[in-house]
Design a protein around this ligand. Structure first.
Ligand code: SF4
Length: 544
């Protein structure tokens, strides 16, 4: 993943620092509670939500089981539509491919649509090293970029910032990247949005190359789908001549019918909207689309141009309603007006693995690949709400980050080994997940991997990992507990000793156990075990 996360401290240390930041906690609490309440209302409107959820989980599971087939189908469809498909095994290869493609255009500035996959591979930094400036166009990503910050939420990357902080960032940094902030810019949301709009508009109009991710890829037609709320994505996807999309291989769905399920689930789960404001879809290049459309309809460019001219003349006549055709203009007509079909002339799809096939090999952990990045699990997580997104040391924060990052990156580093423990296992994330990922199940599975080591798949090959350092006491305690629970006589003896010595028990554990009792008291041992009480009373009367 991104080099910007290298050297991050383990989750407990980063979270301890974050929880002392009162402003951060206030911002997060306000934002997550607002989004989660709206989401709950939006979901409650659909009586068949549980069935939609089950359908989505089943589609993703089936697709992941036959991923090789659907990826080859996608490649064939994209190629037939005039695009070029590149396969990237890891972040370094993906960055090399994208850098080469941008260099081939001769451009030194590219526009970005919000994309977690490109954050995962550290694309902006890689392009920067090659002398290419990547400009973020999503409002929240723009705030993060101008503030030289890191995203802290999947959907709202600048969730940790309040309005006053954003105003200060715009005033201080916009001029370094292009059009400066308007004089006297206040912290009113409308003013801030207008400042961003003016700043970005001139970039949209001069850009020749754009880079995007995708929320979904439809295998049967090779169509890519981006779901967003601001319209910046639509500008990036249609105005530049070259479009490069970097997409994780798990984003494929087999058919348009399958896509329909996710387009119902995603807006309600993420922004609590019934329907997404901007859903952009593109298949190959504009030139191929133009050729195909011409062949299909036998409508030549000249005929289309003539029809457009006749329509313009009719609209220019007195009494005609100007602009009434705009919303229903066909692609051929729009193409004729603009001198060809709209959209990029060159399209490249970079299919990224970067640990995904290794994750797929894990029968428990692979369900993390179902994720559609709605962020519902973040907004209900008590740990995320207090620690914030930066503590996860990855572009994927919150519960999904705690199970996805250690699988994509492995658990060798102190940070990655700590992530499966960044949870209270309350289960709220599973309850809201629209694709029914059992996050607590995967967390426990990964904790076992960290504590016990074992066989994993790395780079497509089986590898044995050793237990992570720092879990020796926990491992010894769990082994002792297992042995005792397996031997009833020993369990009985241990319970009686614990009951008789209960007044001597400390309320805080010493040594490595201190981490556990630092924030909670040990439960009191009862004077008599349940078994002894039952043997004595047969259930009559209450325990001592
Ligand atoms: S794990 Fe589920 S709830 Fe969390 S972001 Fe992914 S799809 Fe949404």
């Amino acid at each position: 993943m991104s080099g910007t996360y290298l050297g991050m401290p383990s989750f407990p240390r980063a979270a301890a620092a974050a929880t002392r930041d009162g402003t951060l906690r206030g911002n997060l609490r306000h934002a997550t509670h607002t989004i989660r309440d709206k989401r709950a209302r939006a979901v409650a409107e659909l009586a068949d939500w549980p069935r939609l959820r089950a359908a989505a989980a089943a589609i993703k599971e089936r697709t992941l089981r036959h991923l090789d087939h659907y990826l080859v189908q996608t490649e064939a469809a994209v190629t037939a539509a005039g695009g070029t498909v590149h396969w990237a095994a890891d972040a370094a290869e993906a960055n090399r491919i994208v850098t080469r493609l941008v260099r081939a255009t001769g451009e030194t500035e590219v526009l970005k649509v919000k994309s977690m996959t490109t954050q995962e591979i550290g694309l902006n930094e890689a392009l920067g090293r090659a002398g290419i400036t990547a400009c973020e166009t999503d409002l929240a990503e723009l705030i993060v970029q101008l503030g030289e910050d890191r995203p802290s939420h999947i959907l709202v990357p600048a969730i940790h910032r309040n309005r006053a902080e954003i105003r200060d960032i715009f005033r201080a940094r916009m001029a370094d990247w292009g059009r400066p902030a308007p004089d006297g810019l206040g912290d009113n949301p409308t003013e801030l949005a207008e400042a961003a709009r003016l700043h970005l508009r001139e970039k949209f109009l001069r850009a020749k190359v754009a880079i995007s991710g995708a929320n979904f890829m439809v295998a049967e037609t090779g169509t890519l789908v981006v779901v967003e709320s601001e319209g910046n994505g639509r500008m990036c996807l249609t105005l530049p001549e070259t479009l490069i999309s970097v997409v994780g291989i798990e984003k494929v769905v087999p058919t348009w019918r399958d896509l329909g399920v996710f387009l119902q689930l995603l807006p309600r789960s993420s922004t609590a909207e019934r329907m997404n404001p901007y859903t952009s879809m593109w298949t190959g290049t504009a030139e191929t689309a133009e050729t195909a459309e011409t062949a299909e309809t036998a409508e030549t460019a000249a005929e289309a141009r003539a029809a457009a001219e006749a329509r313009a003349a009719a609209e220019a006549r007195p009494g005609a309603r100007a602009g009434t055709r705009t919303g229903t203009e066909t692609r051929a007509e729009a193409g004729a007006r603009a001198g060809g079909a709209d959209g990029p002339r060159a399209f490249h799809l970079v299919l990224l693995d970067n640990g995904r096939t290794d994750t797929l090999a894990d029968t428990v952990g692979r369900q993390a690949l179902r994720c559609i990045r709605c962020s519902a699990c973040l907004n209900v997580c008590p740990v995320y709400e207090r620690a914030g997104g930066h503590a996860y040391g990855s572009p994927y924060p919150g519960p999904i980050g705690a199970i996805l990052t250690p699988q994509l990156r492995g658990t060798e580093s102190e940070l990655d080994a700590s992530l499966p423990f960044a949870s209270s296992l309350c289960g709220a994330c599973y309850e809201v997940c629209p694709v029914a990922i059992d996050i607590p199940e995967v967390l426990v599975h990964l904790r076992e991997r960290v504590a016990e080591g074992g066989i994993v798949t790395r780079g497509g090959k089986k590898a044995v990992i050793r237990p992570a350092r720092g879990h020796a006491a926990e491992r010894a305690a769990m082994r002792a507990a297992r042995w005792t629970l397996d031997h009833p006589a020993a369990l009985r003896t241990a319970q009686r000793i614990a009951s008789r010595t209960r007044r001597l028990h400390p309320r805080r554990l010493p040594g490595p156990g201190r981490a556990w009792t630092g924030t909670r008291a040990l439960p009191e041992v009862p004077p008599e075990s349940f078994r002894d009480w039952w043997a004595r009373t047969r259930g009559q009367g209450s325990p001592e």
